[in-house]
Every structure is written in C-alpha cells, then in structure tokens.
Design a protein around this ligand. Sequence first.
Ligand code: ADP
Ligand code: MG
Length: 256
Amino acid sequence: MSRLTIENLTIRFGDNAPPVVDGVSLSLQAGRMLALVGESGSGKSVTALSILGLLPPQAQVRADSLRLDQQNILALSDSGLRGLRGGRIGMVFQEPLSALNPLHKVETQIGESLAVHQGLSRAQARARTLELLHQVHLPEPETMLARFPHQLSGGQRQRVMIAMALANNPSVLIADEPTTALDVTVQAGILGLLKQLQAELGLSVLLITHDLGVVARYAEDIAVMHQGRIVEAGTAAQVLAAPAAPYTRHLLAAEP
Ligand code: ADP
Ligand code: MG
C-alpha cells in the first residue's frame, strides 16, 4: 500500500526556467524505507520540500497527483499544510541547528509543537517530551530538557530534531541527508535509530542520501534521481545488485 504517492511532479523556479524536477513519480510504501539517491543538485531536496509545501512562492509546482494516503496534498490550504507538517508527516533536515530555535531550551522546542498541535498542557507536554527524548535514546532526558541547542553535540541535536519530528505521531518521516553534517562515527547511530523507529512505530520513511552504502544497509527501496528525473527505481537489493540505468551503474562504480 502506498502511503505517499507522487505522480508526474514538475518544479520550476520562474516562468521560463528549465524544470529542476522533471516528471518525477515516486511511491513510498507503508512501513518501508525508500532511499531517494542522487548527486548534489539533482532535485532531491526540492522534491521533499514540495511535498511539505515549503518551497518559496516563486516555485511553480505541478503534479498529476501528490497524495498522503487518500488525501490530495496539492489541494491543501496553507493552514492545512502546516497541520500536515506538524502532524502526519514529520521531517528531519541536514542541519539541525538551522531548524532549531537557538533561544529555546529543548523542553520548549518540542513542547511548543505539542501545545499547538495537540493542545497539551505544560505538564503533559513535559511528560510527553521526556518520553520522546527517551525514545530517541538521549541520555539523561531530564538534563536534556534544560539545554539550549548550542549545548548539545551534533548527534544529540539531530536526535532532538527526530524527537520533534515524532512529537505528533506522524505516519511518514522525511529525512533529508540527516547525517551528512555529522561525524562518521555518529552517523551510524542516527541511521540505526531511524531504522529502529521505522520498525517500532510502523513509520514509512523517505530517506534522502547520496550514500549508496547507507542505501544497502538501511533501505528497502530505492529511487535514483539524475538531473531532475528518476532514472531507476525498485527494491534496493535488486537495483544495487543489477542496476539497469547507466547512471546507476556510474554511481555504483564511483563508490569507494
Ligand atoms: P539536491 O537536494 O539533490 O542536492 P536540490 O533539490 O536542492 O538538489 O536542488 C535542485 C536544483 O534546484 C538545483 O539546481 C538548485 O540550484 C535549484 N534550486 C533549489 N532551490 C532553489 C530556489 N529556491 N530557487 C532557485 N533554484 C533553486
Ligand atoms: Mg539536498
């Protein structure tokens, strides 16, 4: 069953500009991890941002269909999109520092979203926040509540981002290069956590990465993007073992 469905998505920045995303179709199946792979500039982030309604106003987004389950995302109002982002779709970005408010302690970062979207009281939000910090394996959750983003390590910040993304019980998680900015030793911990949460919570995960080693280890499905188009898609095992598209073969040959 497809959770997130994209059919023939095209995105331009400006009327006569060439498309940066060109006829993309994708299907994220329930409970699975789909890796969207491609070199820098191929259109991965723009695709993800379009799902969430986060592109700047000059972006022209066209699609035959953009659906979360049966819901047409293209027809949502701004407030509907905000509800979607805080609710059924969680998101994690490459740079947690840019997404966290530097002036807010962890308790407030997560608590505000819980208050807005679930109407929780301060005490309820605190309890739920502790539960979330526990779920993302942050040590000493009580201590973490009182920390500002700059008082956390890169890996801890990304765990806080993941806790925020999970706060309102999403069914889909979009993670855009969630470990690119982290030390290699920390990367596996974050990816392992996403994999564990996928299984525990039955999440469907769209993982954007340029690392085929990550795909082989963590993802069930893969879509390979090149110059705004999907050149190949299928199960990760099948595509990595026997790539059909020349570009996928090129990527695999370039792996260290
Ligand atoms: P990726 O995430 O695969 O590295 P992006 O999706 O960020 O690539 O970018 C795809 C293309 O769209 C790039 O050529 C980029 O320069 C362009 N682009 C992204 N955001 C904007 C924007 N806000 N305005 C104009 N062009 C943009
Ligand atoms: Mg990107």
